[in-house]
Design a protein around this ligand. Structure first.
Ligand code: PLP
Length: 455
């Protein structure tokens, strides 16, 4: 390797200066980023199991699974080897007019482990594109069948499906949605079923389902799909759905003959304590969006799984024009698919699913220590996905300008952990394979950080 690529080629301070010159970071207020001289955990140069190591050699537990995508830890020998072995063959060619061994093997594996009925795998490279693909497939499904007026989508308020224009159109995170509103297509939103939003006593789940039924009745024959994040609306601040909601939505979509798109980009691959969130309610969607942990957190691969029925609607004579005209250059990337096959096989080989309940319980019992804390408003958990909502001592939300959640997560680095907030919700999303001892250290440090901050 050329020496200038080595972390030691420059001081941490110099790397930060170079970063400030040329790099524009995602979801980042850049003036504040550039003005921040705190080096702690800023330039990450190594990973080791469940730890991230910065340019000064300081170690931090990766408490947010490197933004929810890490599955087995960093530098996992089996995944590293799979990528190296594939490199000895080919890194990438195209899925247009060709196919590759890793892409075939991954598709076979995904069909095997996903809910019954999902038999076809369409690759792309991010969660947002997996959602775009699902939307376009749902729309074109009816178009191909001569039901072209079905262009309406129903989504849940405060949901998040990615940052492309289509996926933002179906998302309901106020800030992103508001800015881009003139560019978005129209979608219909129903209230989130989180009890959180209906403190007045009306059951939020009934309200949400009632609104969905009305829309399906009002626009009978015009709706092509309902889309949701199952069990937990992640980016909105870990908003937990009541039990039975997912199942009820599946039944509604069956009743009205519209497609159900389930976005498991965040919940998939062990995050909820099972392989998929759908497995908790025995639901099989028509389209399933997967991303994030699919490669163990190594490379950008995503997939949209579809039923045979949907696939069949795209098959016909060339002049019928039924083809799905969509694809990205790096779709089905061979290195990424090889990493994914290794990551998914490792779930079996390590009996990861059996080990999850003890980890889920540890999070629940450990967090009892702050459940009654005056600055903890609510703790919401589905499997390993956990949100700790912080409030001012009068139980009201903090002024967003105070950036309390961000300040606490920065303070957490002093305790040797890296976590990220969603507003004033502290998020814990450990890699599913994290061992109990490391998980316990992560939880202790999180609790200590919160207690110290408000002391
Ligand atoms: C992260 C996320 C996405 C977007 O995935 P990207 O890979 O960031 O495009 C979509 N849906 C959900 C539920 C997510 O959590």
């Amino acid at each position: 390797m050329h020496d200038s690529f080595l972390p030691s080629a420059r001081s941490p301070q110099q790397w930060m200066e170079l970063d400030n010159q040329a790099v524009w970071h995602p979801f980042t207020p850049m003036r504040q980023w550039q003005g921040d001289s705190n080096e702690l955990g800023r330039v990450i140069v190594d990973g080791d199991g469940f730890e991230l190591i910065d340019a000064q050699g300081r170690r931090f537990i990766d408490g947010f699974a490197s933004l929810w995508c890490n599955l087995h830890g960093h530098r996992v020998p089996a995944i590293d080897d799979a990528i190296r072995k594939q490199l000895e063959h080919i890194a990438h060619t195209t899925m247009l007019g060709h196919t590759s061994v890793p892409a075939i093997r991954l598709a076979e594996k995904l069909v095997e482990i996903s809910p019954a009925g999902l038999d076809k795998v369409f690759y792309s490279d991010s969660g947002a594109t997996a959602v775009e693909v699902a939307m376009k497939m749902a729309y074109q499904y009816y178009y191909n069948r001569g039901e072209g007026t079905r262009s309406r989508f129903i989504a849940i308020r405060n949901s998040y499906h990615g940052d492309t224009i289509g996926s933002v159109s179906l998302g309901g995170i106020g800030l992103f949605h508001r800015i881009f509103k003139p560019l978005l297509f129209e979608a219909h939103f129903v209230d989130s079923p989180c009890e959180f939003y209906h403190p007045a006593g009306e059951k939020a789940m009934d309200v949400s389902l009632g609104q969905m039924r009305s829309l399906l009745e009002d626009y009978r024959g015009e709706v092509c799909a309902v889309i949701l994040e199952p069990l937990m609306q992640g980016a909105a601040g870990m908003l937990k759905h009541p039990e039975g909601y997912l199942r009820a939505v599946r039944e509604l979509t069956h009743e009205f003959g519209v497609k159900l798109i389930v976005d498991e980009v965040a919940t998939g691959f062990c995050s909820t304590g099972k392989m998929f969130a759908c497995d908790h309610e025995d639901v099989s969607p028509d389209l399933l969006c997967l991303g994030k942990k699919i490669t163990g957190g190594y490379l950008p691969i995503a997939a949209t799984l579809a039923t045979q029925d949907i696939f069949d609607a795209f098959c016909g004579e060339i002049d019928e024009g039924k083809t799905f005209y969509h694809g990205h250059t790096y779709t089905g990337n061979a290195l990424g698919c090889a990493a994914a096959v290794a990551a998914l096989e490792l779930i079996d080989e390590t009996n990861l699913l059996d080990a999850l309940p003890a980890k889920v319980d540890l999070i629940t019992t450990k967090l009892d220590a702050v459940r009654e804390h005056p600055n903890v408003g609510d703790i919401r958990q589905v499997g390993l996905m956990t949100g700790i909502e912080l409030v001012a001592s009068d139980a009201r939300a903090f002024d967003p300008a105070s950036r309390t959640g961000a300040a606490i997560c920065l303070a957490a680095r002093q305790h040797g952990i890296i976590i990220r907030p969603l507003g004033d919700v502290i998020v814990l999303m450990p890699a599913p394979a994290m061992d109990l001892a490391t998980l316990e250290r992560l939880l202790d440090a999180t609790i200590q950080t919160i207690v110290d901050y408000f002391a």
